[in-house]
Design a protein around this ligand. Structure first.
Ligand SMILES: [Fe+2]
Length: 216
């Protein structure tokens, strides 16, 4: 852009129909992270169906554990804010399920989205290796060109990138995203990586009187 250009005549770029993703740094205290890590490491584990280095625990139903209830409660105002961006109103949100992910060195998480949910979130409890950050994938299909221009020289930005990798996360960080958005975790090149994931729903949605109610 020409630095001498009159601001009144500068080109304007509009971000049409963007997908929001919210990052809330340091939402969990280090004490809460450590307590959650200890509870998760002490629990029974189940192996993920697609990666033998990815384990889930069974404790994390927020309705059954004070610790996880406390963590879910911290997400609640963020869900209301994020829900406002999606639906334009401060709705009543419920975290309807929570689960834990223990990604051992060499493990990965295959591309997936979360069904029967509106907002999903991830709490990061341990540091993640920079190569194993959560990766969000541009919705496949749609109405875009079927042509691509991806070369070593081509600049990638929000209008042409196929993937978005979250910035390096620290223990205690939360990321919220619309549940339909596909995501994955590349092969873990670092130490064990522990996260808590959850799904949330509003109590109702109303389209000009055509209302639908949800309950967990
Ligand atoms: Fe997920």
């Amino acid at each position: 852009m020409d630095q001498n250009q009159d601001p009144a005549t500068e080109d304007q770029i509009e971000l049409l129909f963007p997908i929001p993703l919210m990052r809330s740094p340091q939402l969990l205290s280090s004490e809460l992270c450590e307590a959650a890590i200890a509870a998760i490491r002490a629990d029974k584990v189940e192996t993920n169906l697609r990666s033998e280095q990815l384990f889930h625990t069974t404790i994390a139903n927020p309705l059954h554990s004070n610790l996880f209830q406390e963590i879910a409660a911290l997400a609640m105002p963020k869900l209301v804010d994020f829900g406002f961006m999606l639906f334009g109103e401060r709705l009543n949100w419920t975290v309807k399920e929570m689960w834990t992910n223990m990604l051992e060195p060499g493990g990965s998480q295959a591309m997936h989205s979360h069904a029967n949910s509106f907002i999903s979130g991830v709490f990061y409890l341990t540091p993640s290796h920079p190569g194993s950050r959560t990766m969000f994938i541009r919705p496949p299909g749609g109405f875009e060109y079927s042509f691509r221009h991806h070369t070593r020289e081509a600049a990638l930005g929000p209008f042409n990138a196929g993937k978005y990798m979250v910035p390096v996360t620290e223990p205690g960080d939360l990321v919220l995203f619309p549940s339909y958005l596909y995501h994955e975790v590349p092969k873990n090149q670092g130490d064990q990586r522990i996260t808590i994931a959850f799904n949330a729903i509003p109590d109702r949605l109303n389209c000009w009187g055509y209302e639908i109610k949800f309950s967990a």
